[in-house]
Ligand binder design. Structure first.
Ligand SMILES: C[S@@+](CC[C@H](N)C(=O)[O-])C[C@H]1O[C@@H](n2cnc3c(N)ncnc32)[C@H](O)[C@@H]1O
Length: 400
């Protein structure tokens, strides 16, 4: 006979308020058998409250999957995958996220599509225990040529799981070309950052291109853009194409401290027949400081740094770092120029991010308008009750 996991009143209240996680301290009794997998969950009075992924050694012991009555079998996973894929209908790109874990009601599961290939991450012990069912569902719902497991994300360590990258179905090439709103770029799914690329910025890159297209200011002047923290240049490529459609000559700088990333950027530029981007290997902090000191001016600046706050304790230092680069970028804007700025630090919430921008603006000596508050692309749905799903925040700022 199997026995449900029993959770405290505080644990079941978390589910009622829309967050799927229940922590170790709110588990009153472990399920039996206690192996990782899908388990029934009851509240302190013994009433069934749902079913969850059970991770016996993780701080996050339970992740809610479904109500008490549902049968969680191969068909259930397939249906959920199909629904998630259906919600992505109409995306003008061959690389996008199909399942954004909690944001799609499938906690700890990430599925990204890179053309014919599906890249999957199983990020909890409970989900790992259902690996075959999940992979069958990915195959049935998405019909990819191959499935790659990118199970090398560090969070798996908290679940007592090994890190590994493996092709588990069909064929997965080492590199492939994807297309995003008319721009092509190369992705290496097994070795690239995250699952191969920063898919969460897709819509913001399109926005950057549109802003560049509309930036035609002074006749005969080039449109000057800076893509700082450029990785393989995908913002720079959109900026270049956008600026060109405006009829103006684009003058684009793509900056990263990684020579390898810049080499990929150059390859992506030639893949799109784009010339004239200057690829600069530098520390963005130094570059921005020097450019501001030189009185350099840009029509568009993009700041897309890595997460400065990897842990809660590093938030104050991270905010100082964000303020420094934003302050300098604000000073680089021409009148009417725009700054697209981001933070992907989960520990820096949206209010802190906007407050930091206000503080940078106050010190910048410029008059700046917050035109839009930005987030991740719509294929990374953010649940209002699950802040972890909304780690990427951004702002579009205009200099008067
Ligand atoms: C979040 S990624 C950028 C993603 C990219 N904008 C895109 O849309 O694909 C951050 C990049 O910043 C680079 N980086 C990290 N610290 C840096 C620094 N201090 N100066 C310049 N580049 C840095 C990393 O090499 C990485 O490529």
């Amino acid at each position: 006979m199997s026995r449900p996991a029993v959770v405290s009143r505080r644990g079941s209240a978390r589910w009622t308020s829309g967050h799927p996680w229940i922590y170790r301290s709110d588990v009153v009794a472990s399920p039996e058998p206690a192996d990782a997998g899908v388990v029934a969950v009851a509240d302190a009075s013994g009433l069934p409250v749902g079913q969850a992924l059970w991770s016996p050694t993780s701080e996050i012991r339970l992740r809610r999957l479904a109500g008490p009555g549902e049968t969680i079998d191969a068909e259930w996973w397939e249906r959920r995958l199909e629904e998630a894929a259906h919600r992505r209908g109409g995306i003008d790109a061959t690389a996008y996220r199909v399942v954004h874990a909690e944001g799609d009601g499938l906690p700890s599961l990430v599925v990204d599509r890179y053309g014919p290939v599906a890249v999957v991450q199983l990020l909890s012990a409970g989900l790992e225990a259902r690996r075959h069912e999940v992979l069958d569902a990915v195959e049935a719902a998405l019909r990819p040529d191959g499935v790659l497991l990118r199970n090398d994300a560090g969070v798996r360590r908290h679940e007592g799981l090994p890190l590994a990258v493996e092709v588990v179905r069909g064929q997965v090439p080492d590199a492939l070309t994807v297309e995003e709103h008319g721009i092509r770029y190369r992705v290496e799914p097994a070795t690239g950052q995250k699952t191969g690329a920063f898919l969460d910025q897709r819509e913001n890159r399109r926005l950057a291109g549109r802003l560049a297209a509309g930036a035609a200011g002074r006749v005969g002047d080039p449109i000057r853009c800076l893509d700082a923290f450029a990785f393989h240049g995908s913002f720079a490529l959109h900026l270049s194409v956008g600026a060109r459609t405006s009829g103006a000559h684009p003058d684009i700088v793509a900056l990263d401290q990684s020579a390898d990333a810049l080499m990929r950027g150059r390859e992506n530029a030639s893949l799109n027949d784009i010339e004239g981007i200057r690829w600069v290997e530098a520390n963005a902090f130094d570059f921005l400081r020097a450019a501001a000191a030189d009185g350099d001016r840009y029509d568009l600046v993009v700041l897309d740094p890595p997460a400065f706050a990897k842990r809660r304790e590093s938030v104050p230092a991270a905010l100082r770092g964000y303020k420094e680069i934003n302050l300098r970028a604000m000073r680089l804007l021409r009148r009417g120029g725009r700054l697209l700025t981001f933070s992907c630090s989960y520990h820096v919430g949206r209010p802190s991010f906007l407050e930091m921008l206000g503080s940078a603006a106050a010190d910048s000596g410029r008059d700046l308008v917050l035109e839009r508050v930005l987030g991740a692309s719509a294929d990374h749905p953010e649940l209002l009750t699950v802040p972890e799903t909304g780690y990427l925040k951004g702002a579009l700022i205009r200099a008067l």
